[in-house]
Ligand binder design. Structure first.
Ligand code: ZN
Length: 197
């Protein structure tokens, strides 16, 4: 079965996030029913994306140009840098249309268990950007997890000598969320982060 191209394709697809072996098999079957229309254009698109997309040398975003479209955009506020764990978070923030500044992708989080240390993340390039660009605020948009909190603390310590103001995203009640169904941690964070009206 190892040389079977269909099984091979299912195996490759099932390694992608959100696609188990069962959904990979369904996708492959659907493609095989109309290869000219569903399979060959996909193969071409995969080839084109793999050849054209690369990480931005400034922020780490994935784009067809470097510096990426965000870093190269003169209409964005380059003094406002939002630090994220990965490109998926950057894209999510872009979809929300709320951040008018630029980004910095860390490429992961500090993790004692996972064996990820400061040198594995894009921290030195961030410090270099602070030295060379006129950055007036660093926004830490890291996940509300143990590793996210550890990374936020570490970055706050490392950035302190630069005297750059640091903020982080608020934690609390989601839009449309009822209080009674929130977990204790979220409810406590929302209570602590209350603001005057
Ligand atoms: Zn960039």
């Amino acid at each position: 079965m190892q040389n079977d191209p269909v099984e091979h394709l299912i195996t490759l697809l099932s390694r992608l996030p959100g696609l188990g072996r069962r959904s990979a098999r369904r996708a492959v079957l659907k493609m095989l029913m109309d290869p000219a229309d569903r399979m060959l254009p996909l193969a071409e698109a995969l080839n084109a994306a793999a050849a054209a997309v690369r990480p931005c040398t400034t922020c780490g975003n994935l784009d067809t140009q470097t510096p990426c479209h965000i870093c190269a955009d003169p209409h964005r506020d380059h003094s406002l840098v939002c630090v994220v764990e990965g490109v998926a978070d950057l894209w999510a923030l872009e979809r929300a249309h709320t951040h008018r500044g630029t980004y910095h992708v860390l490429g992961g989080l500090l993790s004692a268990l996972g064996g990820t240390g400061p040198d594995d993340l894009s921290i030195t390039p961030l410090l270099r950007r602070i030295e060379t660009d006129r950055i007036e605020e660093i926004i830490l948009a890291l996940p509300a997890t143990v590793d996210g909190a550890t990374t936020s603390h570490y970055l706050t310590d490392r950035l302190k000598p630069t005297n750059t103001p640091i903020t982080r995203l608020a934690q609390g009640v989601p839009i449309g969320g009822a209080l009674a169904v929130l977990d204790d941690g979220t409810l406590a964070a929302a209570f602590k982060a209350r603001r005057p009206l």
